[in-house]
Ligand binder design. Sequence first.
Ligand code: ME8
Length: 677
Amino acid sequence: MDNSSKFYITTPIYYVNARPHIGHTYTTVVCDTVARRQRMMGFDTWFLTGTDEHGQKIERSATAAGCSPKEFADRVSAEFRQLWDRMKLSYDDFIRTTEPRHVRGVQQLFTQLKERGYIYKGSYSGQYCVFDELYVDVSEPGAACPECGRPTETVKEENYFFKLSAMEEPLLKLYSEKPNFIRPEARRNEVIAFVRSGLRDLSVSRTTFTWGIPVPEDEQHVIYVWLDALANYITALGYGSGNPKDQVKLARYWPADVHMIGKEIVRFHCVYWPAFLLAAGIPLPKSIVAHGWLLFEESKMSKSRGNIVRSETILDTLGADTLRYFLMREIVFGNDGSFSFDALVQRFNADLANGLGNLSSRTLSMITRYFEGEIPYPSAGARDGSDEAIAELAGKTISEFHAQFEQFQFSRALETTWGLVAAVNKYIVEHEPWAIAEKDDQDSRARLATILHTSAEALRIVTALVHPVIPESTARIWEQLGLGDIRKLDLRNLAWGQLPLHTKLGKVEAVFPRADKSTIERMQQMEQERVAQGTAAVAAETTPEARAEVAPPPAPAAEPPAASAPSSNTITIDDFARVELRVAQVKVAEKVKGADKLLRLEVDLGNETRQIVAGIAKAYAPEILIGRKVVIVANLAPRKLRGLESQGMIVAASLGEEGVPVLAGFLEDVPVGARLK
Ligand code: ME8
């Protein structure tokens, strides 16, 4: 991180078409942790988050929910903000793209780009993915989006275009001159390869819907949602305001030090955003840092997959610090990481309840018991090598923690710190201060004082270092140590030996609750209830088409329409019982050569693996199916498609005239092999 005295960090602004889940919480918590530490390191810090509220996707979600886009956006944006407030996240500003300050700023940016000759009018005909809000390079109407596999829509419009092609060379120069502009390295390489493959001009306006920011002086057009959204990073600081007073923040904090994002929006941030800024003559952010995905049941947690976990469930049981600690410790920043309630509780018990919790309650309660609650004096004569070893390790921990944290290696920084926690817990067990306390002689008393002083000093150092990660519990430990308000701590000066002697401890009490199997069950139950409530709410609010996406009714996809039903159109329960519907998990998915509609899948049924050939290639990219649980007709007679034996059929809703398939799935976790009855 750059070492000037200001620090500006941003999260992506989240779409309001989905309620917040722990994937959004992950990015926001990482930024909150970084912002908190920067403040403790003396930086004048500005932390921005917010919501992205325009575009066709939101407009459609609102229509499906039977309300206006603004009403819809108000509701979901408030949910995000309430969650961040409940988690006591330390954001300095929350921007909504429907706010006048943002609208004004985006129009100003558009005008600036046009005046500088980077925007021109032309016509566009091609495919658009509404889900990704992205123009895609596929030619066939309805072809699958290469990013997400959903069917694209044909757009024929007169549009404004941004001269992205002119930015190819300047961007490549930027990436090579500023190797830290995109992190981590793997993402940087992907972006460079993408730009080297050639950039085409980008359509930056739409006329087929209205939920967006009007193009200045040509109000039939609304500004492309990504140009709108990306500008939030400057409009929130006052860019575009006519009033110089509003622009103080812009002068102070821009350029951003870190734009933190998930890896799926790298192209927008690392290609489009710097291109817009270069063209507008606005300084570039210092770095864009992309993290991996939080997976649940092996695939990316997202509303559309229905495999989300809500932060509220964890807040209601184990508290915000537990969730924060888990996200920062368990996920190796930059990589994908899995979430499970089991892993959460295991991590909590091992590191927080038993690790730090134990160190804190043992040390502080022994000081209370044996020294009337005052930090004792560690006399030089009573010291030995083991105390020195702890002091040395603490010093090393401080420098390693800082170095690792600065490199965004949060998990390693915490691992390092917990190395100190474990060493001190071991030191306490080995020295048995409770046994020494039984002896009355002066030497034992002095030794006891030294051991407890050493433990308390190490506890102080750990508490200070991890305050940005688990702010609430460390603030409590700090108070129990008798050190007052931890927010006043300057982390730059943290060193061994600063614990003031004879400090009177505060009231000592356990900081972390206990968790066991019943906690996991409680969380799972809460999730299921939330999902059920959510589904009921969505079902009540949405149109039949949208409902089909939430809970797709079974219909054949790979097969021709079923043989005509009996005239009454009813079957008996016995007829139905003959159809063996089972849950299976996709292990392998690949395109079938020469058949652009077919995918070859290998699915796990629990006790066997089946090959299924399914006509879903136009709606699903193979890679997004891996790990997904699907429903199959398991007792269908095998048949050959393109020379491949299909041993069953995958169940999907069939939408529209073209019969676009939407796979059947479950919102709750279901075991592989389970039978549907
Ligand atoms: O893309 N794992 O908004 P969005 C990790 N509005 N992070 C996740 C995640 C997961 N499973 N799911 C979401 C948009 N995120 C645009 C951004 S910015 C100018 C406009 C986090 O609601 C992650 O940070 O789809 C990801 O990039 C972001 O939420 C996407 O949020």
